[in-house]
Ligand binder design. Structure first.
Ligand code: GRF
Length: 202
């Protein structure tokens, strides 16, 4: 069976990538990682990728904190395309995605977000939920479009806010849920159990 070629972008710890890599191996998902990219040269996700023998790519940081300049994002998109990425997974990638990535990977790019979208888009979503005093929050995997955290939802897991929770304990439980959700969605996309807006394999 042909394996789905996965590319991952992350800016930090990479715990979602690690959970995904473990699940792909354990569940024998017909998928393989072809590249892991980051905008942060010292991101732990890069170490995790190298430890698994996966190619990595670091793009220059550029002049902005929350987005890449078009030329930099263009080169990133080109690298990912050259590596043969069919599904691009944003797993803790802290830049707003713009036209270069969207024009190549729109319809084949997913993101994991730590809230029940459309509630609490943006940064530190677990803290936003905790401060708002909601009784439950969770995590979401969604397709990426030009609206930050605004693309259509693929699947969510609900996480209750418990009495005595701090923003940090809540975040810990959300991350555990994320580590189940992302692998399940990627497995189901690889198997064609979830419809793709634009499946590059067809
Ligand atoms: C996750 O909470 C994810 O939802 C958000 O960024 C975090 C990344 O964590 N987009 P990690 O780098 O996978 O540990």
């Amino acid at each position: 069976m042909k394996r789905l070629k996965l590319g991952v972008l992350g800016s930090g710890r990479g715990s979602n990538f690690v959970a995904l890599a473990a699940a792909v191996a354990e569940w024998k998902v017909a998928a393989e990682f072809v590249v892991v990219g980051s905008d942060q040269a010292d991101a732990k996700i890069l170490e995790e990728a190298k430890a698994r023998g996966i190619s990595t790519w670091v793009c220059p940081k550029g002049n902005f904190r929350t987005k890449l300049e078009d030329e930099i994002e263009e080169e990133l998109a080109q690298r990912l395309a050259n590596a043969g990425v069919e599904l691009l997974i944003l797993a803790g990638y802290m830049r707003v995605v713009k036209r270069p990535l969207l024009s190549r990977f729109g319809g084949a790019m997913i993101n994991i977000h730590p809230s029940l979208l459309p509630a609490f888009p943006g940064l530190r979503a677990w803290e936003q939920a905790w401060k708002a005093g909601v009784k439950e929050t969770g995590c979401t995997v969604h397709w990426v479009n030009e609206v930050v955290d605004g693309g259509s939802v693929i699947r969510q897991i609900r996480v209750p806010v418990e009495v005595g929770d701090s923003a940090e304990t809540l975040h810990g439980r959300i991350q555990k849920a994320e580590h189940c959700l992302l692998p399940e969605v990627v497995r189901d996309l690889a198997m064609g159990k979830v419809a793709w807006p634009k499946d590059p394999r067809r």
